[in-house]
Design a protein around this ligand. Structure first.
Ligand code: GDD
Ligand code: MG
Length: 335
């Protein structure tokens, strides 16, 4: 059975100040950390052993995820003292997995409803070195763009180019043959996107594309983070993780976690989620937003398309639109 590595060591720079004290994968979307949604996706494909490859704020994962038994999984932790890059992180994490089975690697900031079981099946039946999940976007400049021939062989991989080779991009989910990971140089920064994949393609390696156009989103920007949460709440994205979550109420408009103290006159809509133990005052209106665990929203406050972080308090009758609010900072979310 395939095993997994989750790349969760990046700095999450584009999500500051939310990522000042929390790594990006621990931010809440639809009531749960991004990582929890990804683990549920891996679990659904039969993966029960996963290494979290951590670096930035590494200590914040273990208290929440522990040994994984709560999710019927075995979780291990690989810590990089200084970030090793995506390939360095994979090589470092793979040491904890003495396995001959396929190794599935997931970027830690992606929500995807693609068929991972089928990606693994194709990888194994093709005896590929690596099989990349690919998706199509309108503008590929911020991604790894990929060209593929009619047989499914990837012929070029170009990371973040002004002139992308196609609108087909690397969706950040790879199935590796373990031998390929053993070839990654150790103890230095190595990028899978800029070194490993291009070199493997140049040297005639079997790098295959698995093109799947189901729901896919990189939540690495403020706007995307909110979008991802709304899509999980409204059911556009696969939200398997919610099946085992502590939920008080969930419908197509809102998700309310347990112990939230909601006044019955408050209106929660457009895919908003309200975290565990949050307080929502009388007459408050919350649309398209994330209210994290324990946040307090005063009476009559209006919150539109915003992220109200753990520990934040919003005054009575405040008007908050497209903002990140933490316990000490407020920042506008760019359009
Ligand atoms: N452990 C560890 N160590 N993790 C890392 C490191 C590291 O040194 N560097 C990055 N990561 C993790 C990040 O936490 C994130 O989950 C993932 O690797 C990808 O890094 P991002 O910084 O989010 O990269 P990106 O979004 O600009 O580009 C990547 O994702 C795109 C799809 O969303 C690339 O893989 C692109 O090719 C791809 O198209
Ligand atoms: Mg990203």
């Amino acid at each position: 059975m395939a095993v997994g590595i989750l790349l969760v060591g990046g700095m999450g720079t584009r999500l500051m100040p939310l990522t000042k004290h929390r790594p990006k994968p621990m931010l809440t979307v639809a009531g749960l950390p991004v990582t929890e949604h990804q683990l549920a996706m891996a679990r659904k494909a039969g993966i029960t052993t996963v290494v979290l490859a951590t670096s930035y704020l590494s200590g914040l994962f273990t208290p929440y995820f522990g040994d994984g038994s709560r999710w019927g999984m075995k979780l291990l932790y690989a810590v990089e003292d200084s970030a090793l890059g995506t390939a360095g992180a994979i090589a470092n994490a793979a040491q904890l997995l003495q396995t001959e089975d396929s190794i599935v690697v997931l970027n830690g900031d992606v929500l995807s409803s693609h068929d991972l079981s089928e990606q693994i099946r194709q990888h194994e039946s093709n005896r590929a070195d690596v099989t990349l999940h690919l998706t199509r976007v309108e503008d590929a400049r911020a991604y790894g763009s990929v060209s593929m021939d009619s047989s499914g062989q990837v012929s070029a991989f170009l990371e973040k180019m002004e002139q992308p080779v196609s609108n087909i991009i690397n969706a950040g989910c790879y199935v590796f043959k373990p031998e390929v990971i053993k070839e990654i140089p150790r103890h230095r920064v190595v990028s899978v996107e800029r070194e490993t994949f291009p070199q493997l393609i140049d040297s005639g390696g079997k790098v295959r594309g698995f093109l799947d156009d189901s729901y896919w989103l990189d939540i690495g920007t403020p706007k995307a983070l909110l979008q991802g949460s709304r899509d999980l709440v409204t059911g556009i994205a696969d939200a398997s993780a919610l099946r085992s979550a502590d939920i008080a109420h969930h419908d197509a408009h809102s998700l309310i976690m347990v112990r939230a103290k909601m006044d019955s006159s408050a209106i929660i809509e457009h895919g908003s989620c309200i975290g565990i133990g949050a307080t929502i005052g009388a007459g408050a209106y919350i649309s398209g937003s994330i209210i994290e665990d324990g946040a307090v929203i005063g009476r009559g406050a209006k919150i539109l398309d915003s992220y109200i972080a753990f520990g934040a308090r919003i005054d009575e009758n405040a008007n908050i639109s497209a903002q990140f609010v933490t316990d000490s900072e407020i920042l506008s979310i760019p359009a």
